[in-house]
Design a protein around this ligand. Structure first.
Ligand code: SF4
Length: 383
C-alpha cells in the first residue's frame, strides 16, 4: 500500500484542487501580505491567497470587478526608474545606502559584488539567495542582491517574496531596499504611500530575518529600510531611511494570528472550487462558503472588496460601517438590531452598548424636539 502523502504535500494538493486544475498559482507578494496582515480575521482572503487564487479574475467572474492595479504607464515608468537606480553595478544605489545607513567604508564603484541569483523556480531562487547572502556576509564588502527571492511561512504555506533589492554591508548587516516611483519633494513624500512602502518592506525584513536565523552567528537585519524615490520632479534618485520596527512587530503578530489555511479548507463543503472558469453561481456559492470579515478598509486592499461589501450590506451587517463602530456595538451585529435596541424594542438594558444607544436616541429626540419648538434657532446645532 502506498504511503499517505505528507502533511505539506496533502495541503498543497488540496489548495491546487481549490484553485482548479491546470490553473497556475498566483504568487503572494509583500503588498498582498501586508494587506492580509491588516485584516487577519478574514478567512476568505487567507484561504484564497493561500491557494494562490487570482482574486482579480475571481472578482470579475463574480460580476464585481475591483478597481485595482497600476496603469501600464506607471508600471513602465517605475521599471525605468528602478533600472536607472541599479545601473553600473548598483553604484548609485550603494552610494545612497552608505550615505543614509553607513555600515562600512564608502563603496568604490566597480568593486562591489552583484551576484547572479538566477535558478529554476522560486524554491531554487530562494536557495540561491540564501547562499549568496551567506557568501556576501563572509566577504565583508558591499554586495547588492538584485531582486533576491525570500521565502516566508504564511499560515503553514510558503510565500515567495521578491524585494527590489537587499544590500549586505561590509559590517555584515543586511538592509532591505524599496524603490518607488512616487516623488520625494524636499526630502519628504506622500505619507500614505510611504506608510504602504514601509509595511511592504517590513514583510521583506521579516522574511530576511528567517534566512538570517539559519546562519551562525545570525547576521543582523537592519530595522531601517532604504526607500529610494525620484528627487522632486526629476528622474534622479534620492533616498530616506525608514524605521520599520513598528510595522515589523505588527506584521509578525498579525501573521502569527492568521487562521490556519488547513483548518479553513477542511471546513469547506465537498466539491468546493474557486476555479474561475466555473459559472458565476457556483463561484458565488464557493466564495460565500468561506466566512469573511468585511470592513471599509478592504476597498483599498482587496480585489474582492466590492463583492464582500455588497454581501455585508445585504446581510445588514454592521461591519460595513467600519471596525471602530463594529467594536463599539459589541454583540449587536446587524443595523436592524442596533436600531431596535436604540428605540427600546429589543436588547438588554444592562448591556453598555444598548444603554449607550438608548441614551444617544434620547438625546437625538430631545434635540429634534428643541429644534421643532424654537423656530428662531433654525440652523443652530443642538449643544
Ligand atoms: S474584501 Fe472580502 S475577502 Fe477581501 S479582505 Fe475584505 S472581507 Fe476579506
Amino acid at each position: 500500500m502506498p504511503d499517505p502523502p505528507k502533511r505539506g504535500t496533502a495541503l498543497r494538493q488540496r489548495l491546487a484542487e481549490l484553485r482548479g486544475p491546470d490553473v497556475p498559482a498566483q504568487p503572494l507578494d509583500a503588498r498582498a501580505l501586508a494587506a492580509l496582515a491588516a485584516n487577519p480575521g478574514c478567512q476568505r482572503r487567507a484561504l484564497l491567497d493561500g491557494a494562490g487564487v487570482d482574486k482579480a479574475t475571481l472578482a470579475q467572474s463574480l460580476g464585481s470587478p475591483g478597481s485595482f492595479g497600476q496603469s501600464q504607464f506607471a508600471f513602465m515608468r517605475g521599471n525605468a526608474f528602478e533600472a536607472k537606480v541599479k545601473a553600473d553595478g548598483g553604484a548609485e544605489l550603494l552610494r545612497l545606502v552608505h550615505g543614509r545607513l553607513g555600515g562600512g567604508p564608502e563603496p568604490v564603484p566597480g568593486e562591489s559584488s552583484v551576484p547572479d541569483l538566477s535558478a529554476v523556480g522560486p524554491e531554487g531562487r530562494a536557495a540561491r539567495t540564501s547562499l549568496a547572502l551567506r557568501e556576501a556576509t563572509a566577504t565583508q564588502g558591499w554586495t547588492l542582491l538584485d531582486h533576491p527571492m525570500l521565502a516566508l511561512d504564511v499560515a503553514g504555506t510558503p510565500a515567495f517574496l521578491e524585494p527590489d533589492a537587499v544590500v549586505v554591508h561590509p559590517d555584515g548587516t543586511w538592509t532591505v531596499v524599496e524603490i518607488k516611483s512616487f516623488p520625494m519633494l524636499d526630502g519628504s513624500a506622500d505619507a500614505a504611500k510611504v506608510g504602504a512602502a514601509a509595511r511592504q518592506a517590513a514583510v521583506y525584513a521579516l522574511a530576511l530575518e528567517g534566512v538570517a536565523a539559519h546562519l551562525d552567528p545570525a547576521p543582523p537585519v537592519r530595522h531601517h529600510v532604504l526607500l529610494v524615490c525620484p528627487k522632486d520632479f526629476s528622474n534622479s534618485p534620492t533616498a530616506s531611511a525608514i524605521d520599520v520596527r513598528k510595522q515589523l512587530s505588527v506584521t509578525r503578530r498579525q501573521l502569527a494570528r492568521l487562521t490556519r489555511i488547513e483548518d479553513i479548507a477542511a471546513a469547506l463543503p465537498e466539491g468546493t472550487t474557486f476555479d474561475v472558469t466555473r459559472p458565476a453561481a457556483d463561484l458565488t456559492a464557493a466564495v460565500e462558503s468561506v466566512p469573511a470579515t468585511y470592513a471599509p478598509e478592504c476597498l483599498a486592499a482587496c480585489e474582492l472588496a466590492f463583492h464582500c461589501r455588497e454581501r455585508a450590506r445585504e446581510q445588514d451587517a454592521v461591519t460595513a460601517l467600519g471596525r471602530a463602530v463594529r467594536g463599539e456595538l459589541g454583540g449587536l451585529t446587524t443595523v436592524t438590531a442596533v436600531l431596535s435596541a436604540a428605540n427600546g424594542t429589543t436588547g438588554d438594558p444592562s448591556d453598555p452598548a444598548v444603554a449607550a444607544l438608548r441614551r444617544a436616541a434620547a438625546l437625538r429626540q430631545e434635540a429634534l424636539a428643541g429644534a421643532g419648538t424654537s423656530g428662531e434657532h433654525t440652523g443652530a446645532a443642538p449643544c
